[in-house]
Design a protein around this ligand. Structure first.
Ligand code: FNR
Length: 174
């Protein structure tokens, strides 16, 4: 299974990005996990720019999604919503064919639970015809970073492994 992992936080020491990096250690054998690093470089979405020639960062994102079987999104919550940079990326994908039907695993390292952000993500992703695994998010409300900036807490790692195993099942079910 090829997975593109998108962190909804641009913070240098993002716990959501750390969660996705940790996933590469626990995902099922045969998983190829690519961390998307272009979120901050996308232009602000406007339909005026969503025409040929598509801005290069946008066509790169669409191509990366086209090349994978599934997505994993780890998002914090800002003011009871998903971060604007993540919504901006999703807005660029509304008119794209690549994301349609793709299984998506939603996770979060937000200490507050990120329940509003994930309710919003669920609605948006479903509206965009993506297939959210288990109908919701694996939220790791106490996913603390260790001394090296990684995530090693056994209960978090185990739940992350379960989430990625379910993602692999969804990919296999086709
Ligand atoms: C937050 N945070 C937050 N958390 C939450 O559960 N509900 C919320 O509404 C908000 N709102 C909010 C607004 C702003 C401006 C900031 C900076 C933070 C906390 C935030 O989700 C938390 O710090 C995440 O862990 C940040 O994720 P990264 O950057 O570590 O990946």
């Amino acid at each position: 299974m090829r997975v593109l992992a998108i962190a909804g936080s641009l913070r240098a020491t993002s716990s959501n990005a750390a969660l996705l990096r940790a996933a590469s250690r626990v995902a099922p054998a045969g998983t190829e996990l690519t961390i998307y690093d272009g979120l901050g470089g996308l232009p602000h979405f406007t339909p005026d720019l969503d025409v040929e020639p598509i801005p290069e960062p946008v066509s790169a994102l669409r191509a990366q999604i086209g090349a994978v079987d599934a997505l994993a999104i780890s998002s914090p919550e800002y003011a009871h919503g998903m971060p604007g940079s993540l919504k901006n990326a999703l807005d660029w994908l509304v008119s794209a064919l690549e994301p349609i039907g793709k299984p998506v695993l939603l996770v979060s390292a937000s200490p507050g639970g990120a329940l509003h952000a994930h309710a919003q993500l669920l609605e948006v992703l479903r509206t965009m015809s993506m297939q959210v695994i288990d109908g919701g998010a694996y939220v790791f409300s106490r996913a603390q970073l260790d001394g090296e900036g990684g995530i090693t807490a056994p209960q978090v790692v185990a739940a992350l492994a379960t989430g990625f195993a379910r993602l692999a099942q969804a990919c296999a079910a086709g």
